[in-house]
Design a protein around this ligand. Structure first.
Ligand code: HT7
Ligand code: ZN
Length: 872
């Protein structure tokens, strides 16, 4: 396969200053006339041919300055339009193409779903609409005329401000939109259909009156209020936290049902997967509300980090994605609970990014080569990309970080930038050399930091020795030490932090690990402390410290850092789970650690008021966490059994406390999605989960009662999820009732599909196959595919069935889907990202399945790339 390499970047030979698009909508033959003002790029090669990108395009005509070109002046193919001898100076190029939006099942470019037209252009979808220099460093001002039938497309939208509407005859009408901000083609959008709208307004800090519009399917308008509220709060927050104002007269969000990802930040016209817009207490869970708020914020924040300042090339994807994730994390931290957000982000990073980073698909935050860019919208680029920025802030401090961001916005507004240009802003304001810090962008792999501590009672010193290693990853066998900010505290015997003194002076809690081994000795340490390491998860690393379980239990009770207080309990539980797995595999009795119940049980204390935080404390490490901790020869069944045994043990010890907490926290009053109320529900469900551990009859009865009496979707879904874990009449009845009640609501059926696909029961695979053949599934809808096949791929015991049937099913489904939607098919295949860590039997079966995919004829670049890289 053809690899695109960062090292081969060169500026475009031509620039396009303006784009006039005339789009005449038709279900199967949409005609697009693109009039482009083109000029040679002074930084490009003189005399070069003009090569425009295309993808499955049908060319109708080409003209230069109004003069049609003969066939021999052009070379036209569906994937390329070449003009060998374009004019040497500026010229106007008019290209007419025809496309079939109904046949577009890839959902890239212009497609039609449920009768409405939508576009998706990131990363390389614009070339499926017209021939273009479809690369992010070609910025143009767009004017778009959309024309369609009044009856089917009363709503006609594109980027920017509406400048004209009118009748086009024949029952058709048109709208002209002009976006004054130069943008790359990937930010272009067009939406047309018969949609309902919810409207509001926002006045920016400088007094611009902005019309806000959320477009949804008719009849769903009553589910758009939360998204609208989140838009307004995001706009205000970006003004206050980053000094960024909105810059058009209208901001629009459109919810669509067929969408490859979560949402898309098209300039002034964000297009969303409807799952991340629509919410009501009866149909959405607390998690849905939190996702909607975060994703609305994320896409809105792109207006500055991504749209006003964009990427020079797709290798720089983390420039906009890592930074925008960082910004949405900060928004959520300010809006909800900062410690809880940090814990959830760390959990998520470990589950998705650490897993990716330790397997065959590992790549740097800024990759250096790709075969298919769609496969690099990954947790590494997004979430690790955000962690790198967070480390930068820890290293240079909040004031310099703010100054660096301001400089970045001032200096690069309207440009297409690189990571080097971004980091240079922080180097400049802080006066620091950040050259070595750049390794975080270049080196893949999660560093491990091994810590040794020593207290010298006579000298009253406490020494910390930190040894870092970065593991080899595909294409990178040898690594250099990273620059790792380790934020520490020394917790004294009374539980209070001790002052930090080094060299006779007050020391910063930020220790910079820059060498293979870094040592620091704290002075005047009156009594043996317990080291609290990597407070607030100050770096995305694995930590192996010489602290004892006693030390961690002490931190779980006393650490002033809420992240590490949570982490300490998790570490003890994780150690016990690893020991339990080893015992199971050696047929030894299960090792018990009764004090885990003390750490976890704190969550259910009657005087606990921070319920959201307590819910995190009550949660055990996941099966994936245990698998990663074990590292190789992983047996998912043993891990599942060990975790179940620990839960049983905890249920026996904490049953009364959990039951009391469940009663105390049970819902009174009307549902509200706010963070405190959601936290209360989360803790209640954690208590119920423990009470129902191992299918305990009393807990199952409570879950059934909660399901039957639920007054909101959070309780209903959580009860269903708990009931689904074990075969029972209550399980079957609740699943049947849910389908009967919500069968006509696809987003609720997604939850129903997901719960069944994620169940750790031997019947799961057969049920998933049956569901796939049933009426609630549609392979053309990515949400359905993710809910059923994606969730199955994340099911630790059933995807990893010892007989290999789980692997075969996902591989076969990916091949079928590849013919319809390669991007989503490639995502489904991501289930194999940790296959090499499995025990030999499963490993061999997973490899067989992957080899079958790789050998299949006619693979898309998307699936071919994942299969080949997964096999290594
Ligand atoms: N920038 C977007 C990423 C994206 C995407 C979205 C929908 C469909 C296909 C897509 N390809 C890339 C979303 C974001 O990160 O904000
Ligand atoms: Zn994004």
């Amino acid at each position: 396969p053809q690899l695109v390499r960062l090292a081969d970047y060169r500026p475009s030979d031509f620039l396009i200053d303006t784009v006039d698009l005339d789009v005449r909508l038709d279900p199967v033959a949409t005609r697009v006339t693109a009039t482009l003002k083109v000029r040679p790029n002074p930084d490009g090669r003189e005399g070069a041919a003009l090569v425009l990108d295309g993808d499955e395009l049908k060319l109708v005509s080409v003209a230069i300055d109004g003069v049609p070109l003969d066939d021999d002046a052009i070379e036209a193919a569906p994937e390329r339009l070449t003009l060998a001898n374009p004019p040497r100076g500026p010229f106007e190029l008019t290209v007419v193409t025809e496309i079939d939006p109904t046949a577009n099942t890839r959902l890239m470019g212009l497609y039609r779903s449920n009768g409405a037209y939508t576009t998706q252009c990131e990363a390389e979808g614009f070339r499926r609409i017209t021939y273009f220099l479809d690369r992010p460093d070609v910025l143009a001002v767009y004017t778009t005329r959309v024309e369609g039938p009044k009856a089917e497309t009363p709503v006609l939208l594109s980027n920017g401000n509406l400048v004209e509407t009118g009748d086009a005859g024949d029952g058709r009408h048109f709208a002209v939109w002009r976006d004054p901000h130069p943008k790359p083609s990937y930010l272009f959008a067009l939406v047309a259909g018969d949609l309902g709208v919810v409207e509001d307004r926002f006045v920016t800090a400088s007094g611009r009156d902005v019309a806000l519009k959320v477009f949804v399917e008719h009849g769903r308008e009553d589910r758009a209020a939360y998204a609208m509220d989140a838009i307004k709060r995001s706009m205000r927050w970006d003004e206050e936290a980053f000094g960024r104002e909105y810059d058009l007269d209208v901001f629009m969000v459109v919810a669509v049902s067929h969408f490859n990802m979560g949402a898309m930040e098209n300039k002034g016209l964000n297009v969303f997967n409807d799952k991340y817009v629509l919410a009501s207490p009866e149909t959405a869970t607390d998690g849905d509300y939190a996702n909607i708020e975060a994703i609305i914020a994320h896409e809105y924040f792109h207006n500055w980090t991504g749209n006003r300042i964009t990427c020079r090339d797709w290798f720089q994807l983390c420039l906009k994605e890592g930074l925008t994730v960082f910004r949405d994390q900060e928004f959520t931290s300010d809006t909800r609970s900062r410690p809880v957000k940090r814990i959830m982000d760390a959990r998520n990073l470990r589950a998705s990014q650490f897993a990716e980073d330790s397997g065959p698909l590992a790549h740097p935050v800024r990759p250096e080569a790709y075969a298919e860019i769609n496969n690099f919208y990954t947790p590494t680029v997004y979430e690790k990309g955000a962690e790198v920025i967070r480390m930068l802030k820890v290293l240079i401090g909040p004031d310099a970080f703010k100054a660096g961001m301001d400089l970045y916005f001032d200096r690069h507004d309207g440009e297409a930038c690189t990571i080097e240009q971004f980091v240079a802003c922080f180097a400049e304001v802080s006066g620091r050399d950040l050259g070595r810090f750049m390794l975080w962008y270049r080196q893949a792999g999660t560093p491990t930091v091994e810590i040794r501590t020593a207290y010298d009672a006579a000298a009253k010193t406490f020494a910390i020795e930190a040894a870092q290693t970065v593991p080899p990853t595909p294409g990178q066998p040898v690594k250099q030490p990273a620059v790792i900010p380790m934020v520490v505290g020394l917790v004294g015997p009374d539980g209070a932090d001790l002052p930090l003194t080094v060299g006779g002076a007050a020391a910063s809690p930020v220790i910079e690990l820059t060498e293979p081994v870094t040592r620091v000795t704290f002075e005047n340490v009156a009594a043996r402390p317990v080291a609290s390491l990597f407070r607030n998860f100050s770096a995305p690393v694995k930590v192996a410290a010489d602290l004892t379980d006693d030390d961690y239990l002490f931190l779980a009770a006393h650490d002033a850092d809420p992240f590490n207080r949570w982490q300490a309990g998790q570490t003890v539980a994780l150690r016990n789970l690893v020991a339990r797995v080893a015992a199971l595999r050696a047929s030894r009795p299960q090792p018990e650690e009764p004090r885990i119940a003390d750490a976890i049980g704190r969550a259910f204390a009657p005087d606990e008021t921070d319920h959201a935080y307590a819910a995190q404390v009550a949660g055990l490490p996941s099966e994936g966490d245990v698998a990663r901790e074990i590292g190789d020869e992983v047996d998912p069944d043993a891990i599942h059994a060990a975790r179940r045994a620990l839960k049983r043990d905890l249920a026996a010890r904490l049953g009364d406390a959990a039951a009391a907490a469940y009663e105390r926290l049970s819902e009174t009053g009307a549902y509200s999605p706010d963070a405190a109320s959601a936290g209360r529900r989360a803790l209640k469900i954690a208590a119920l989960d423990l009470l129902a551990a191992d299918g305990a009859a009393e807990g199952v009865a409570r879950a059934k009662a909660l399901y039957d009496g639920a007054t909101n979707m959070t309780d209903r879904i959580m009860a269903l999820q708990i009931l689904s874990l074990h075969e029972s009449d209550a399980r079957a009845a609740a699943l049947a009732a849910f389908e009967a009640d919500y069968g006509d609501d696809p987003l609720l059926m997604d939850k129903w599909l997901l719960i069944q696909a994620a169940t750790p029961l031997p019947a799961t695979l057969d049920r998933v196959k049956a569901l796939m053949a049933g009426p609630r599934f549609d392979i053309r809808n990515p949400n359905r595919v993710r809910s059923l096949v994606g969730a199955f791929g994340g099911n630790p015991t059933q995807f990893n069935r010892a007989d290999g049937a789980g692997y075969a099913f996902v591989a076969e489904t990916a091949l079928v889907l590849d013919r319809i939607n390669p991007q989503v098919a490639a995502r489904i295949l991501g289930a194999f990202k940790t296959w090499r860590a499995l025990e030999p039997g499963r490993r061999a079966r997973a490899e067989d399945a992957l080899r079958g995919v790789a050998a299949a004829p006619g693979l898309s670049p998307d699936v071919g790339d994942i299969a080949r890289r997964a096999l290594g």
